[in-house]
Design a protein around this ligand. Sequence first.
Ligand code: FEO
Length: 401
Amino acid sequence: MDRPFQALRISDRVFWVGAIDWTLRDFHGYLTSRGSSYNAFLVLGDQVTLVDTVKKPFFDEMMSRISSVVDPARIRNVVSLHAELDHSGCLPQLVAAVRPDRVLTSKAGVATLAAHFDLDVPVEPVPNAAAVDVGGARFTFHEARMLHWPESMIGVLDGDNIMFTQDAFGMHVASHERFADELPADIVDYETAKYFANVLMPYSSPMSKLLDKLGDVISGAKVIATDHGPIWRRGQADVVAKYRTWCDRRAARKVVIVYASMWQSTASMARAIAEGAHEGGARVKLMALDQAHRSDVLTELLDAAALLVGSPNLNGQMFPTVADLLTYLKGMKPRNLIGAAFGSYGWSTTAADQVHETLKELKVELVREPLVVKYVPRDADLLACREFGRQLAAKVCETVA
Ligand code: FEO
């Protein structure tokens, strides 16, 4: 049926019926410079089943895509793999509009959905890791606790071998291309890494366990149907391998230097340290926080061995953009980093000390006391910064193959 928004066929009986959010630029603190999509999927069996929904403002777009395949009133089952509002936000509208027989979710999902909505429909738990018939289509659901919410789960449509992985293996990219292999590989690689760094990094341990259990199944899936961005019909084993590398925090010989500066003194120190780190054999990424977003810093940390954070002193405090980054890092828990604090000061070194203490809290292995320069660095100070960069890179090269 011709509708303003059309579905896309994924297999004989599975259709993408999601929504594209072209203008999204902030996803709870994550810079989504390429927008995103909320992917929902229609499965046609003896009955019609909808897997996940979309963010509330996109209800009409989803319904239009569903209507291009079937009358939405034929939806009898709704599967909620993840209760976060970008995937469940229009559940109340959907339930009111189509009156399904049931909403199926994980055991924990029953309580989570109840804490979000007063849904006028039975909300039933599905068995974990056992095949279940949903309207004539056989699914196996696997609990995926803390990936990245307690109620998250993954569904496999048996026969079609399509894995519905909700947030996992996703990326924030808005595009009409629905398959990752239809987009430039550099964009796909960067956005997949950025997504892992900013959504899944704190949950590397449960992700690692999930990959131990299901990695081969996911690698062998015909399609990995994630809830954000393009879906995977090629390179499934490669993306699983990347996830393993990131979960294990396998670092490269890479130093990330991030700083704020008021009068370019801390900036000069950063550049001199970068010069030395390069001479010492490390790859360097230097990021100024008046330009670089916290989520882009996290992406660079995914394969970094060292993190250096520079801050000037502003009224006895670290610079606000540095505090913002460090607060974000506390939640994201990057691991296996060495590092140090540095910065210029006037009459108190409080800022560099605060950064030092926060890095300690983050379990960064500190290689020295804060490197500080009073007011404006002279050549001798910058030479000391460069030497520090060299020493740090030597330590990185010692520990990273
Ligand atoms: Fe895409 Fe955790 O929501």
